[in-house]
Design a protein. Structure first.
Lengths: 320, 280
């Protein structure tokens, strides 16, 4: 498993835009001086007439995208998650979402793995900020292929979509031929004692955790959920019912993000004890992705510890 | 040459629209009279003279687009749509009421509204995107954006102004309702914007300054804007907030306060509105 090929999810974004750009002339791409690092540059080079740089002015870019959608274009806004979901939130809320416009948002540099740039550039709140907006679909793919498929799906869907992707190369864990069904969880590993529900490129750590747990005699189910909204309540309820404990994993604040979305589904269907792996109400900092995963508790070791903790609590509850 | 008969027709419509505005506000007992009345004359010139549109077919691809960045002047917006035939005038009775298509700030449920607005400093960016997209397709449609002067205090407005100048959007025309007042008082006291014309000019816009209550000047400004090539146009319309109702004119407190029934009757009397407007 350690020999796995890696590729950044942002590359999946860039490749999908080029691919879809050839198929659909309505697709236009907007950038805000981060054209290279969001990989929007690949589209810009191939289709210069359909790329617009809006400079370092995200609020205007978001509503210009709204305007483009209103005259029949399919605009993809490309910038860092912090600068779009944070800075331009009111534009997304009051223009795109309120009027339910066909605006697509590529939120780059999601999560702590952005690394050396530090807290200002690590989007750790974007998923929460986007999923509370009516009409918005929120997708956080786990690897290169899933990102590519999410973008292709979003191009064909009518309505606002936020796709979040990361900077660093991450293991490719899905296959090109795996189906991408918006709103549906993927079963990565079946198990009966506990369910780990993962969101995003941290999936690799969750997969390693499952192996460690197996060696410890714990049968962990692993679900990967790329669509944060609408969330797959059915798969979550089934996991809660059949395994009786849940650990969520995300590269985002645990408050308001993916784990919260899972918890909302759990408490309304089949309440079980949960633990949340993610950023625990802190800002990020500079470092290598590996150092930061260790510091912020996102490694396989941390996931294993959370599983053991929730199982202990579950047992105590059963015996009380 | 100005068609004098057309001028008289537009003045008549503007009078009717002012009656509609007060009537809608009287029924709603909430809403924004000041900016609605200051924008009435150029609003009428836009809808009944300059604009290419078809009120019976809101989705007509060749229509010009209008974005009301100052969404709070919904009494005027819905009155213009009613007089144009997008909606029935009777529907103005439902303005701001539960279940109505005529929300406090306009949204896409109402025929003729292209996009929901109300959060200031957002409309011009939408208009920029529309103008850019229409130009890409080689379309002749024009895009109009109605703005307040106060929203020039929003940073995002200047982002939008900058981008329209950069992209040389000559199919874009802004009308800036320069009534000089905002909720907290005179714009120049709250957060001064002058010299406004020079600022827009510096951002590569063609600037036309007019008396926003002179119908001939409004018509000529729209004609002139259509002829400008290679840059967007802003018509800075000097106006009077609350225009036409003596006790509302130039008074900031009438920005977002509806006239009480007796005040509304007084306003309708001053405007010499027909008897059917006094039904509240």
């Amino acid at each position: 498993m350690s020999e796995m090929k890696t590729k950044a999810t942002r590359d999946g974004y860039g490749d999908a835009l080029v691919e879809m750009g050839a198929q659909d002339e309505r697709i236009v791409v907007l950038g805000a001086d981060l054209t290279d690092s969001t990989r929007a540059i690949w589209f810009a080079q191939k289709y210069p007439d359909r790329f617009f740089d809006f400079g370092i002015a995200e609020q205007n870019m978001l509503n210009a995208a709204a305007g483009l959608s209103l005259v029949g274009k399919i605009p993809w806004v490309s910038t860092y998650g912090v600068f779009v979901a944070g800075r331009a939130w009111d534009q997304i809320r009051t223009t795109t979402c309120y009027s339910n416009l066909n605006v697509k948002i590529g939120g780059a540099h999601g999560g702590i793995s952005v690394g050396p740039d530090g807290a200002t550039h690590q989007a750790l709140e974007d998923v929460a900020a986007m999923r509370i907006l009516p009409n918005m679909t929120v997708i956080v793919p786990a690897d290169y292929y899933e990102t590519r498929k999410a973008v292709i799906w979003a191009c064909k869907h009518v309505g606002p979509v936020y796709v979040r992707f990361g900077r660093e190369p991450v293991p490719i864990v899905t296959k090109p031929e795996d189906p991408f069904i918006m709103g549906k969880a993927n079963l990565i590993n079946d198990g009966s004692d506990v369910t780990i529900i993962n969101n995003g490129p941290v999936l690799w750590e969750a997969m390693k955790a499952v192996q460690v747990l197996r060696e410890k005699g714990i049968s962990a189910r692993l679900l990967n959920i790329h669509t944060v909204k609408p969330i797959d309540r059915e798969a979550i309820a089934k996991a809660a019912r059949e395994t009786g404990a849940i650990v969520t994993v995300e590269e985002h604040q645990v408050m308001g993000g993916f784990g919260s979305a899972v918890a909302e589904a759990v408490v309304q269907t089949h309440p079980v004890l949960m633990r949340f792996i993610g950023i625990q109400d802190r800002f990020g900092e500079s470092g290598t992705p590996e150092e930061l995963f260790e510091e912020f508790g996102l490694t396989a070791r941390h996931i294993v510890a959370a599983v053991e903790d929730v199982l202990k609590a579950k047992k105590a509850l059963e015996n009380s | 040459m100005v068609d004098q008969a057309k001028v008289e027709e537009l003045k008549k419509i503007a009078h009717q629209v002012r009656c509609d505005v007060i009537w809608a506000l009287a029924h709603a007992q909430s809403g924004h009279p000041g900016g609605s009345l200051s924008a009435t004359d150029f609003g009428v010139a836009l809808y009944f003279y300059a604009l290419r549109h078809n009120p019976k077919d809101c989705g007509w691809p060749d229509r010009d687009r209008v974005v009301f960045s100052k969404g709070h002047i919904s009494p005027l917006i819905f009155s213009l749509l009613a007089e144009s035939g997008y909606i029935e005038r009777e529907e103005l009775r439902t303005f701001r009421k539960f279940g109505s298509r005529l929300q406090g700030h306009p949204n896409v449920e109402c025929p003729g509204i292209e996009v929901g607005t109300g959060s200031l400093g957002q409309g011009l960016s939408v208009a920029v995107g529309m103008a850019l997209g229409l130009r890409m397709g080689g379309k002749k449609n024009r895009v109009y954006c109605i703005m307040g002067d106060g929203e020039n205090q929003e940073g995002s407005t200047w982002e939008a102004i900058m981008s329209a100048g950069h992209y040389k959007l000559d199919n874009l025309c802004v009308v800036l309702d320069n009534n000089g007042l905002q909720i907290d008082g005179w714009v120049e006291d709250v957060m001064g914007l002058q010299p406004l014309a020079e600022k827009w000019c510096a951002f590569r816009w063609h600037v036309i300054e007019i008396d926003g209550h002179d119908m001939v000047q409004c018509m000529q400004a729209f004609d002139a804007a259509k002829a400008v090539k290679g840059q967007p146009t802003v018509i800075i319309a000097k106006t009077v907030k609350g225009k036409g109702v003596s006790f509302m004119e130039n008074r900031a407190e009438w920005h977002g306060k509806a006239p009480k029934p007796d005040e509304a009757r007084k306003a309708l009397q001053e405007l010499a509105c027909p008897a059917e407007y006094f039904d509240f």
